[in-house]
Design a protein around this ligand. Structure first.
Ligand code: GRF
Length: 192
């Protein structure tokens, strides 16, 4: 069985979309994969309860408990590797990872970013897209490399930017697409 470990920091709606797709599409029987664990760097992440309700193992590695980024990453790596992951999925995981951590999972760690990369890496993507006058926006699933929000693109979805959009209305439109393309990209990666 290929184990998927999902890292979250907050709501975890992308994580939930992957968990639901795995159940609905019977990934365990069809592609020999399952979501083995959900790990958060924030103890209060609401997605943790969603995962527990789905019967998935959860863990918290609180970044505030570690003085140095390297120590946090080492603890996070140990928590992940306890589940023997085939694939590590970043889903709204709001920590910058060390190059050593990324190298450890090279080729088997993916992220979703709420812009059409390589446009708008980093934060506040929707506000920046609106201010730039973009007529379309979207989201990108990519392999994680040492450079933030870079790495080979696995999937993208495009949405229109509408007159009167705020960062919030655009974010909601993009998120709907994220919930479609992320589970699909995970399933495709597992079968590649
Ligand atoms: C998503 O927009 C994702 O692209 C970004 O953070 C948001 C996470 O939302 N990295 P959720 O926690 O999956 O609901």
């Amino acid at each position: 069985m290929k184990n998927i470990v999902i890292l979250i920091s907050g709501t975890g709606s992308n994580m939930a979309a992957i968990v639901h797709a795995a159940g609905r599409e019977r990934w365990a029987e069809r592609i020999g994969a399952r979501v083995a664990a959900v790990i958060s760097n924030r103890p209060g992440a609401t997605g943790l309860q969603v995962a527990r309700d789905a019967g998935i193992a959860t863990a918290v590695v609180d970044h505030k408990s570690y003085a140095r980024r390297e120590e946090f990453d080492a603890a996070l790596q140990a928590a992940i590797d306890a589940h023997d992951p085939a694939l590590v999925v970043l889903a709204g995981f709001m920590r910058i990872l060390t190059p050593e951590f990324v190298a450890h999972y090279a080729g088997r760690i993916i992220n979703i970013h709420p812009s059409l990369l390589p446009a708008f890496p980093g934060l506040h993507t929707h506000q920046r897209a609106i201010e730039a006058g973009c007529q379309v926006a979207g989201t990108t699933v990519h392999l994680v490399t040492a450079e933030l929000d870079h790495g080979p693109i696995l999937a993208q979805a495009v949405v229109p930017v509408l007159a009167g959009d705020t960062a919030d209305t655009l974010a909601a439109r993009v998120l709907t697409q994220e919930h479609l393309i992320y589970p699909r990209a995970v399933a495709e990666w597992l079968q590649h």
